[in-house]
Design a protein around this ligand. Structure first.
Ligand code: SF4
Length: 750
């Protein structure tokens, strides 16, 4: 099967394309004016014929042009004098000088102005060389071989440039020769890369082909160079301007036929030659005409900017990767357009022949190659992934790069986005520096790919995670469960406890069986505790917790720990006129009536006891039903010893005093104890037990009306008072309201 190989970089170069585009523009905007070029616009008969048909006339000098007409400067450029002549004739100039050639003009003009001797390596009759020479007053030495270089003599410093289409080989020889002479020399290699690449491609193709077909104008210098190169490396070379020149029958015998075209060879000429060859040669062969034409199209077409391309690595250096894209130009991926990790080098990652994908940044990097970027291609993929994440509401991981005003910049691979401070966390963030260097999972909030902007939110992710957790907890936790939690924060009314992702409220009244003023009295932030789930409000997402419920209620186990007659220790937690309350343990207070404080008569209890004081007391009575404990401090000490007479005299008074107190004591329980000694009870005692005077005195000292009223107000809620009143006296007979022991004692004394 015969194979047809199109050499890379075949066909129009950048400069020629530009010139043709400008010519077409000039034709379109001529407005009746005549249009000229000095010499053919490009060295291709077919193209110049076409242009002629469109009205472009070829002249040798602006002198020949009609005044006020249009003159196109072709890609080869013109001498400086040309512009003066054109101005004299009032010609409108369309300057299509190739930018690479224009650069040589400027270099030469500057070097000549600085006193250097210009040396042009090239063909002295080539229009490009004539043009260059015209920018140094036609004073240049024009040489085309190392032999001519050897003959150069100059007292001035040499400034050496090259015609854009000569071979690198020739230029190197000339420069070597000039350098070997004892001359001061400055060299500027101005060979166009489009030319050198085309020549290199041609050489490679020629080496690997049985026959070479060079397509282009016979007057084209660069096509002629290709012919020369091909001939050096291939025995069978055909130089054709169009299909008519091609001996189709003759070339049928070759298995591999290479095709190369000069910079001024139009694409349709290349296609025409190849398609005719394939018609004849590949007849009855496996390759279809469509396939072949597709290959040709592909090889001739240049990718567009922004396009993703796939090619084969042609060469890798530390600074760039040259990629064969299978079209007229090679692609170049500079080092900065490839992401490397750490000390990685390009040669560590890529080798010749590897397939590689990249994005086209420019169809011409200024040196005739296609500028490619792997980073941008990857960024394109990453933008797609970000867009997907936005659309599908999925999360992505980003790395926080740096702090900026109002937030941080975070990167998703090659794409950078912004995370506002308010979206960095589900808590208040004052300083975002702690996030720099961290990898965060975020939701994509906004994307504007055209402007290269993306906004991320970590808060959205955290909220969603929290919601999931809440749902899981709601499913797994039930009322009455005991769960572990961590105390997170305090308020005046309780503490919030994290029970594995959600915070439940531990109300202050649910922390202890005792009374607390603030939760921090018994809890610390960060403390691990076990709490009982008291209630769950699914709608509001609220959970109420209890800590005291994980401990037995003190009254439920009172008999396990306390018995009447026990001496116990406690802390004075409340002092009243009629006595004090002593806390035996949280939630378990007992009353020490004022008469039980000391064996002495106590007028003001504050003189005997103080709040917070640790005391020892004897349990006089435990009323489990009414949850009341009566205590006595004086019973923990020996009574004082009195003289016999004193005792006799003192006895009635003491006994009388003791009686009403005893009545109160018998009812004495926390908070309601005093209320348990209402007026009626006192009256009953009066009648049953005491002489008028004594009772009067007792009433005043032990439970005056005002004191009882005050105690009611201070110590207990209204209902409790009512309850105490009802329970303590009216319904029961008077005798029952007085504890037996006290009654007996009182009667005896009376
Ligand atoms: S070969 Fe190079 S210098 Fe010459 S016209 Fe083409 S691009 Fe310009």
């Amino acid at each position: 099967m015969t194979e047809i190989i199109l050499s890379p970089h075949s066909g129009f170069c950048f400069g020629v394309k530009l010139a043709l585009e400008k010519a077409e523009e000039a034709i379109g905007a001529r407005k009746g004016k005549r249009i000229y070029t000095c010499g053919p616009l490009i060295h291709n008969g077919n193209v110049t014929d076409e242009l002629k048909e469109k009205g472009i006339e070829i002249i040798d000098s602006p002198d020949e042009a009609e005044k006020g007409s249009v003159i196109i400067v072709r890609s080869h450029g013109e001498p400086e004098s040309f512009y003066g002549l054109a101005a004299e004739k009032e010609l409108e100039i369309v300057d299509a000088t190739c930018p690479f050639v224009f650069r040589i003009h400027m270099l030469v003009k500057e070097a000549w102005a600085s006193g250097m001797q210009i040396v042009i390596t090239g063909d002295k009759d080539h229009p490009e060389v004539i043009g260059i020479n015209g920018w140094c007053g036609n004073s240049a030495f024009v040489i085309s071989s190392k032999e001519e270089a050897a003959e150069i003599k100059s007292s001035k410093k040499l400034f050496v440039v090259a015609q854009t289409t000569i071979t690198e080989n020739l230029f190197e020889e000339v420069v070597r020769e000039l350098s070997s002479k004892n001359l001061e020399i400055e060299v500027e290699n101005t060979i166009c890369s489009a030319t050198s690449e085309r020549q290199a491609g041609c050489l490679l193709t020629a080496k690997n082909s049985d026959a070479m077909v060079i397509i282009g104008g016979k007057s084209s210098s660069n096509t002629a160079k290709l012919y020369e190169i091909a001939k050096k490396h291939c025995k069978n070379v055909y130089f054709v301007e169009n299909i008519d020149d091609l001996p189709l029958k003759e070339i049928q015998k070759y298995n591999r036929i290479g095709v190369a075209a000069g910079a001024s060879t139009p694409e349709n000429a290349i296609k025409e030659v190849i398609s005719n060859m394939s018609d004849n040669i590949t007849e009855n062969k496996e390759l279809s005409m469509d396939d072949l034409m597709e290959d040709i199209e592909k090889s001739l077409r240049l990718p567009r900017g922004g396009e993703m391309v796939t090619g084969k690595v042609h060469q890798v250096t530390d600074k760039e990767i040259i990629v064969n894209l299978g079209c007229k130009k090679d692609g170049i991926i500079p080092l900065e357009e490839i992401k490397l990790e750490g000390d990685q080098k390009l040669t560590d990652l890529y080798s010749e022949g590897d397939e590689i994908q990249a994005k086209v940044l420019k169809t011409d990097d200024g040196d005739g190659s296609i500028l490619l970027s792997k980073k941008k291609m990857e960024a394109g993929e990453h933008w797609e992934q970000i867009n997907d994440a936005l659309e599908n509401k999925t999360f992505i991981d980003v790395e926080v790069l740096r702090q900026v005003n109002g937030g941080v910049i975070a990167a998703y691979k090659e794409v950078q986005g912004f995370i506002p401070l308010s979206q960095l966390s589900d808590r208040f963030i004052e300083d975002s520096s702690e996030f720099v260097g961290q990898t965060l999972t975020v939701r994509v909030s906004r994307v504007d790919q055209r402007r290269g902007k993306a906004v991320f939110s970590r808060k959205a992710f955290l909220n969603e995670e929290r919601q999931k957790l809440v749902e899981e907890i709601w499913e797994s936790v039930n009322v009455d469960d005991i769960v572990e939690g961590t105390v997170m924060r305090f308020t005046d009314y309780g503490a919030f406890v994290d029970i594995g992702g959600i915070d439940g409220l531990l109300h202050i009244s649910e922390i202890s069986w005792g009374k607390l003023k603030h939760p921090k009295e018994v809890l610390e932030i960060g403390q691990k505790i076990h709490v009982k789930v008291l209630s769950m409000n699914n709608e509001k997402g609220k959970i109420s917790l209890g800590l005291k419920q994980t401990q037995p209620e003190p009254w439920s186990i009172i008999n396990d720990k306390y018995n009447e007659g026990d001496i116990v220790k406690g802390k004075v937690v409340q002092i009243k006129e009629y006595g004090c309350f002593v806390e035996l343990e949280p939630g378990l207070d007992g009353l020490v009536h004022i008469s039980e404080v000391s064996h002495r008569r106590v007028g003001n209890i504050n003189e005997e006891l103080s709040q917070g004081q640790e005391v020892e007391a004897k349990i006089l009575e435990i009323d489990k039903e009414r949850k009341r404990i009566s205590l006595s401090i004086k019973e923990t000490t020996e009574p004082p010893v009195f003289e016999e007479e004193d005792k006799k005299e003192a006895a009635p008074e003491e006994d009388t005093e003791k009686k009403p107190e005893g009545e109160i004591e018998s009812e004495a329980t926390p908070e309601t104890e005093v209320e348990a000694a209402p007026e009626e009870a006192v009256e009953e005692t009066e009648v049953a037990a005491a002489p008028e005077e004594a009772v009067e005195e007792t009433e005043v000292e032990a439970a005056p009306e005002e004191a009882v009223e005050e105690a009611e107000v201070e110590a207990a809620p209204e209902e409790a008072v009512e309850e105490a009143e009802v329970e303590a006296a009216p319904e029961e007979p008077a005798e029952e309201a007085v504890p037996e022991a006290v009654e007996e004692e009182t009667e005896e004394q009376a």
